[in-house]
Write a new protein. Structure first.
Length: 475
């Protein structure tokens, strides 16, 4: 039975079949740096850090496969000697080693029947972001409604309506079974779970409503018309736990850029702006955002406290074209760098700048992941903020990391500048200059973490920065 390497899907890299060459039975030569046209920056040969493939095993049993990954330079292979894989039926990614020799890294894998996703890091593509933000759509009462949940109605109660009655539940778009309700973990069947058991949509809808009836302590399937407000009362949710999602612009290839807003009940709350996925390969930012949103929508007492202090605005994927098309850093091969205030013209960059100018952040957080396996980055405008963050968020020794801290003053001294040059300004610099904002870039490399750990890490970083800003600025 042959093994096929699939390219061309949302987020694949290489994005074209020319980047993969079969060298022998179940042995493939892969060039992640292959681009359809000459590239700049990290889209040039030997300069990128994006790898994302699907491997199809059509056999009925597991088969060995050799991936010979040619990074076309040895500049980064010291930190490319790993990969992550996840079978289509698995919930979590697993880190696996690679053997590097110069510009080559070899991965010997055992591939189960069906589709296995393999990448340098856990993938998170444009469609996954779209599903996530869709699950956060808001209704007029301020409670999150799952517009994308296509469960059928049963009796007088719509499963679609039930699923969106409060912010403690997320629809099963990501196949997660455990959801948090007023601090108590409960199991909710996912759409995928029903399908695997051969349960048809009508039976699935009936069972789903029954499960929700147990959760809410009432028989949902036998009651009359159900209103979201009634369920909010049952859950005793504090006011202000709603969220809003809107499109703030479109990319060069007309993909949406979304902004998630988590409004504060406090009319004097300050603004907190978060952005992620400026650079397409840095998937940690997407998982961190999910963790932050889940935390802020929970009933954790610190989450409620921070919601009283801040209106939180999140642009979860600033570079949708780069993500979709398998870029490493830019929006396209010769495109914009979304982590720079001054770059080539690009609609996604324009939309991001408009969002920042509209929000006028008091705190600005930008989430990245560089490739240095053992170093978390804390790039802060102010030394006192960095000190507070390190006090609130100790080095992640559980995942073999130390902090590397650089303040704006450190950077200026190292580069012998008195002010940040226009071409070097990132958004934290812009937010400080325009709005006197507290600004931090976090760099969270993947080594040793899975997606659940990265979500938790994003939450800790948000907590540390928010509390540091409150402490130092008296917010």
């Amino acid at each position: 039975m042959k093994i096929d390497i699939i390219t061309g899907f949302d987020g694949s890299c290489p994005h074209f079949p020319q980047g993969v060459e079969k060298r022998g039975e179940n042995s493939f030569w892969v060039r992640p740096g292959y681009r359809a046209k000459p590239g700049n920056s990290e889209e040039a040969p030997g300069c990128g850090s994006r790898l994302s493939l699907q491997i199809n095993n059509g056999a009925s049993s597991a088969l060995p496969i050799e991936l010979i990954v040619d990074w076309e330079s040895d500049k980064r292979t010291l930190h490319h000697d790993l990969g992550y894989m996840r079978h289509a039926g698995a919930d979590e990614w697993k880190m696996i080693p690679g053997m590097h020799d110069g510009q080559i890294v070899v991965h010997d894998l055992e591939i189960a029947p069906g589709i296995t996703h393999f990448g340098l890091y856990p993938e998170y593509n444009y469609e996954e972001c779209k599903k996530f933000v869709t699950s956060l759509a808001i209704d007029q009462d301020g409670f999150c409604r799952a517009r994308a949940c296509a469960m059928p109605s049963y009796g007088r109660v719509s499963c679609k309506s039930l699923f969106g009655t409060h912010p403690g539940l997320r629809p099963p778009l990501h196949g997660r079974g455990t959801q948090e309700i007023t601090g108590q973990a409960v199991m909710i069947p996912s759409l995928e779970g029903y399908a695997k058991r051969g349960v048809g949509p009508q039976s699935a809808g009936k069972d789903f409503c029954k499960q929700l009836g147990h959760i809410f302590g009432r028989r949902a399937a036998s009651g009359g018309p159900t209103k979201e407000k009634n369920y909010a009362k049952i859950l005793n949710l504090p006011a202000g736990h709603g969220c809003n999602v809107r499109v703030i612009g479109q990319s060069r290839e007309r993909r949406d850029l979304w902004q998630i807003t988590l409004p504060s009940p406090n009319p004097k709350a300050r603004t907190f702006f978060i952005q992620a996925r400026d650079h397409a390969y840095e998937t940690a930012g997407s998982y961190c955002v999910e963790g932050i949103v889940d935390f802020l929508r929970s009933e954790n007492e610190i989450a409620i406290y921070l919601r009283s202090k801040f209106n939180v605005y999140i642009v979860p994927m600033t570079n949708p074209d780069g993500v979709f098309n398998g870029m490493s850093r830019l929006t396209w091969e010769q495109g914009a760098d979304l982590n720079r205030v001054q770059t080539i013209p690009d609609p996604a960059h324009d939309a991001l700048k408009r969002a920042i100018d509209t929000v006028k952040p008091a705190v600005h957080m930008n989430i990245h992941n560089w490739t240095d396996k053992f170093t978390d980055g804390l790039l802060a405008n102010e030394g006192k903020i960095a000190e507070r963050i390190m006090a609130f968020m100790q080095p992640d020794s559980a995942h073999y990391k130390r902090w590397m801290v650089e303040t704006q003053e450190d950077w200026l001294k190292a580069n012998k500048f008195t002010t940040v040059p226009e071409k070097s300004k990132s958004w934290k610099d812009y937010a400080k200059e325009q709005f006197n904002a507290v600004g931090v870039i976090f760099e969270f490399p993947w080594f040793g973490l899975n997606t659940a750990a990265m979500r938790a890490k994003g939450t800790r970083a948000f907590l540390a920065l928010a509390l540091a800003a409150i402490a130092e600025r008296g917010l």
